[in-house]
Each structure stands twice: as structure tokens, then as C-alpha cells.
Design a protein around this ligand. Structure first.
Ligand code: BYC
Length: 502
């Protein structure tokens, strides 16, 4: 693997690699739009993408990383889809990054893995009866990619090191590439309305009052680096789950796009997990050095220039709740329709055993609130597709949290980061409108108002967090609140000049 430090974090890379191992497809970098889809042979498509390209570059200049467009950044660029060497590293100015269209290799004989059409050959063209539903799924996925770049655009200025700054920009350019991946599908397969959707993707803006991004979490601000790390751990993990579900699509071009996107996604999750982990490490080390054993001795801990663990928990609570909303309503007719149509599977659909992948008669247990009490209800599995993906996501989140707790435990500090109850602070789905504490108690609005500062970041927390966001922009220097990484990117040292600022 090109990015040596990624592999331990997420098995998804290995899965993606296994899927791709069957064939190597060369990427053509001579074309203005690098691709492995033989773009030059489809003049009409090429023209449509070429006419979208300048608008994309304008969007990148206007909404991409603010203040760093002219600096050279040590970035990886996808040069193929062969798992043994899919990326190369080198200095690039971000606007000159080669955003390309890369699909994982076609698997001959692939069939639709789920729903009414299970076992039929995967579609190479859009099935007419599902056109609108499929377009909606692709547009929603596409919209998150530029949204996250917009959310993160000011973070370069307060980067805690050049290493972290480079990781931020790597994530940003790859989200840009993921936008290209989805725009390719819209423009190639959806004609005029696909082109209109592609244009609209460059016009919506994260947090904009009149023309916001589609999903809630992508309109929240990412104003500081802890938010960025939490976002890349928790929200990019929604990306992993949704991409994995779309990789099971019976519409083969979508499946192949998502399979390759998952390869890049692993690094984003790595950035999040290790970013939070290094923050915890700096806190624990400073506490031990100062002889502070009580993690709730907040004033003394903050005086050391590090983030206290209870506040980290509150930040994690916020990000987990907002991200869980991205799974949509636990019980959803839209999700049932997408599954039955074979457009979107469950996590690891093709590998799941124990049911018929059609789920006409199956049920799934969904927790709901009825008359102020939690009840577990058996609901038709088809309508509970979102609920199941959310449950799989919550399980998937736990690995990194366990590794964060190991750092705390190793330092001898009595504290554990935990996941809040599924219904905590939700705005979408079964628990929307309820007041549910992280421990899973349903409380009144008054009780909630009295205790909310214990569960969610307070204004005071955010002011303190913001005060720590001072740039540390010299090679090898790291802000006090974050420990240096164990190793650098692509075997480079941790004091490498990852961004040439001078
Ligand atoms: N905010 O039946 P419902 C990523 C809408 S992240 C606002 O409840 P459904 C990334 C919904 O659109 C992965 N609106 O849900 C991460 C629908 O509206 P319409 C992104 C919401 O449709 C980090 C209505 O409510 N990919 O890649 O079953 C950095 C009723 O819908 C929200 C995808 O999400 C919300 N949170 O499921 C960069 C995959 N939730 O259509 C990138 C594609 C729901 O009636 N999308 N609504 O106007 C989907 O699979 C589904 O659209 C959803 C919603 C899972 C999002």
C-alpha cells in the first residue's frame, strides 16, 4: 500500500483491494481530465465534462482551502486502481491537482446482489423505472463532497503542524475527486437533468441560508481542528458506510465508482482517528507530567494548554448525534424502495449470509419511543434498512473509541470515552423531538436545559478550544494540544516540510 500508515486503521482498504485485485486498469494522465473510463472515445461526454471543469475550478478557488492555493503540498494522487500501487506522492499546488475519474475494474458476470432483481445481470445503463430514485441517491452523495471542503476551508490557517495541514489538504482534494466521480455518473448517464444537477452541485453552499447543502451535518461549521478530527472520524465514517452500501448497487458504474472512492476514504478515517488519539495523548502526557490525576480538574488541565477529556467526550457526543442523523429515518420508505430496486444494498450485502437478500418476509428490531418509553419493535426489514445501516455504523465506530481509551488507560487516568445512546440529541428519525440523555434516559425539556452543558460542548468549552487554535507552521513543530504522529506520510519523517509555506 502506498500510504504505509493507513493499513492498521481500516479493513475497508483491504476489502477494496481484494475487490480490485482482479485487473489493473491504467489511468490516462495525458487527457485534461485523467480517467480510466476511455473518456476520449466519447466526444459528447468529454465536451460536457470539459464545460463543467472551469466552473469546478472557480468553485475550488472560491470555496477551497483559503489562503493556501499557491503553496506546494506533498499530496498523493491516484494514478491507477491497482491496489499494489494506486497512488504517487509529490509536491502539487492544489489548483493543479489532477482530479480524475477512476472506476474500480469491472467484474465480469457481476449480478444485482439484492432486492427484486437479485441475480439478474448488473445494469450497465440506468434502469428507466428507477431513474429518479437513482439520480437522487447520486446527487445526495455528490453534495456531501464539496460541502465538506467548504466546511473545512479556513482550517489551514490554524493548523497545528505542517503534517496536519497536509492531511487536511489531502482530504480536501480527494473530496473534490469524489465530486468528480459522482458528476461523471450524472453527466454520462442522466443527460440534460444530470448536467443541471452537476451545475447545482457547484452552486449550493454549506450553511447558506437560501441554498444550503442537502444533508444537515454538512451545513454545520467545522471551525476548529478538534471538530475536523471528529468529523473525519465520525462523519467520514458515514461516508464509508454509505459508499459501501452504494458499492453494492445493481447499477454497476455507481458500484465501481464507490469501490474506488472507499480506497481513498480510509485515509480520511485514519486522519480522524489518529487526530483525536494524538489530542488525547497530549492531554494525558501533560496531566501526568503535572501530577494531575483527576480528569475533571478542568481548570488545572486547561492551564497546561491541552484539552480536558470531559470536553472531548462532549465534542464526540455532538458529532456522533449529528452524524447518526445522516442515516435518515430509521424506518424509511425511500430506503425500502432503493433496496428493493437493487440500487443500494446493506453494508457488505454480497457477503451477508442468513437471509435471501430480498427481505420480503424478514423483520428487524427497531428501538422506538412509544408513550414516553423505549420499545423494541419488530418491523418489516425492508423498511428498516436505514436502521440497520445505522446499527452497523455504531458498531463500526467502536474500534477507534476503544483505541482512544487504551491511550487513556495506559496513562493511568480514570476516564473512558463512550458512545451516547442512539437517541441522544437526534433531529431526524425515531428519536427526533425527544430529550434523551447519553445514558438513555428520556427527560423533560426543563431537565434537558439544566443538564445539556454536561452532554454537549458549552460556549465556554468552545471559547477555550478556539483559544488553542494557534498556527504551528514550522516543519517539525506541533501545537501543545496535540502529540506528533508516530510516523510521517509515505515513509517521510514527521518533521518533513509537508507544505512549502515559505
Ligand atoms: N438532513 O426516508 P428518509 C459522505 C431527507 S457522507 C437533511 O428519512 P432516506 C461524506 C431525505 O433526503 C455519506 N435531510 O431518509 C462524509 C429525504 O428527502 P427527500 C453521504 C435529510 O431517504 C464526509 C427526507 O429527509 N451519502 O460521503 O431513506 C465528508 C426523508 O428521508 C436527512 C449518502 O447519504 C438529514 N440528515 O435516507 C465527505 C448516500 N436525512 O428525498 C463526504 C445517499 C434524511 O424526500 N443518500 N433527509 O426530499 C441516501 O442514501 C439517502 O438519501 C439518505 C436519507 C441516507 C441520506
Amino acid at each position: 500500500m502506498a500510504d504505509g500508515d493507513v493499513s492498521s486503521v481500516d479493513v475497508i482498504v483491504e476489502e477494496a483491494a481484494a475487490v480490485q485485485a482482479d485487473r489493473f486498469v491504467e489511468v490516462n494522465y495525458d487527457d485534461a481530465i485523467p480517467n480510466n473510463v476511455d473518456l476520449s472515445s466519447d466526444r459528447q461526454l468529454l465536451r460536457a465534462l470539459e464545460s463543467w471543469h472551469p466552473g469546478y475550478l472557480e468553485w475550488w478557488q472560491e470555496m477551497g482551502p483559503d489562503g493556501f492555493q499557491d503553496f506546494e503540498v506533498y499530496l498523493r494522487t491516484a494514478v491507477g486502481v491497482d491496489p499494489a500501487g494506486w497512488a504517487k506522492f509529490g509536491y502539487v499546488k492544489m489548483p493543479e491537482y489532477r482530479w480524475g475519474i477512476l472506476l474500480a475494474p469491472k467484474q465480469e458476470g457481476r449480478t444485482i446482489p439484492c432486492g427484486k432483481h437479485k441475480g439478474e445481470p448488473a445494469w450497465q445503463e440506468v434502469p428507466a423505472e428507477y431513474r429518479a430514485l437513482l439520480r437522487r441517491l447520486i446527487v445526495v452523495q455528490a453534495d456531501t463532497e464539496p460541502a465538506s471542503v467548504e466546511q473545512q476551508r479556513h482550517l489551514g490557517r490554524t493548523a497545528p503542524s505542517l503534517y496536519d495541514m497536509r492531511n487536511l489538504f489531502q482530504v480536501n482534494v480527494e473530496e473534490g475527486r469524489h465530486l468528480w466521480a459522482m458528476v461523471y455518473l450524472l453527466v454520462k448517464y442522466f443527460g440534460r437533468d444530470g448536467r443541471d444537477e452537476a451545475q447545482a452541485l457547484l452552486e449550493r453552499r454549506s450553511g447558506h441560508q437560501d441554498n444550503p447543502r442537502i444533508l444537515g451535518a454538512f451545513n454545520e461549521a467545522t471551525p476548529d481542528w478538534l471538530s475536523f478530527f471528529m468529523f473525519t472520524y465520525f462523519t467520514d465514517r458515514d461516508g464509508k458506510m454509505q459508499l459501501a452500501a452504494l458499492a453494492e448497487s445493481g447499477f454497476d458504474p455507481l458500484s465501481r465508482s464507490c469501490r474506488f472512492m472507499l480506497t481513498e476514504e480510509a485515509h480520511h478515517l485514519f486522519v480522524g482517528e489518529t487526530g483525536v488519539g494524538r489530542t488525547i495523548e497530549a492531554t494525558c502526557t501533560a496531566m501526568n507530567k503535572a501530577g494531575i490525576t483527576d480528569p475533571y480538574d478542568v481548570a488545572a488541565i486547561r492551564a497546561l494548554g491541552v484539552l480536558d477529556l470531559p470536553m472531548l467526550q462532549r465534542k464526540a457526543n455532538f458529532h456522533m448525534a449529528v452524524t447518526r442523523d445522516l442515516f435518515g429515518s430509521e424506518i424509511s420508505g425511500n430506503a425500502a424502495a432503493a433496496f428493493s430496486a437493487g440500487l443500494k444494498g446493506r453494508f457488505n450485502e454480497a457477503k451477508l449470509t442468513g437471509d435471501d437478500h430480498q427481505l420480503e418476509d424478514a423483520t428487524y428490531t427497531v428501538t422506538r419511543v412509544v408513550d414516553g418509553e423505549f420499545v423494541n419493535e419488530e418491523v418489516p426489514a425492508l423498511r428498516a434498512i436505514n436502521s440497520r445501516l445505522l446499527d452497523d455504523y455504531i458498531d463500526d465506530c467502536q474500534g477507534g473509541i476503544d483505541r482512544w481509551n487504551k491511550i487513556i488507560e495506559k496513562a493511568g487516568i480514570d476516564f473512558r470515552i463512550t458512545q451516547p445512546h442512539k437517541g441522544f440529541n437526534r433531529r431526524i428519525g425515531e428519536f427526533a423531538g425527544q430529550r434523551i440523555t447519553p445514558a438513555g434516559e428520556i427527560v423533560t425539556d426543563e431537565e434537558w436545559a439544566e443538564t445539556a452543558d454536561l452532554y454537549l460542548p458549552s460556549t465556554e468549552d468552545l471559547v477555550f478550544l478556539n483559544s488553542l487554535m494557534q498556527p504551528s507552521h514550522e516543519a517539525g513543530a506541533y501545537a501543545t494540544w496535540i502529540a506528533p504522529p508516530r510516523m510521517g506520510i509515505n515513509q517521510q519523517p514527521v518533521d518533513y516540510e509537508y507544505v512549502k509555506i515559505a
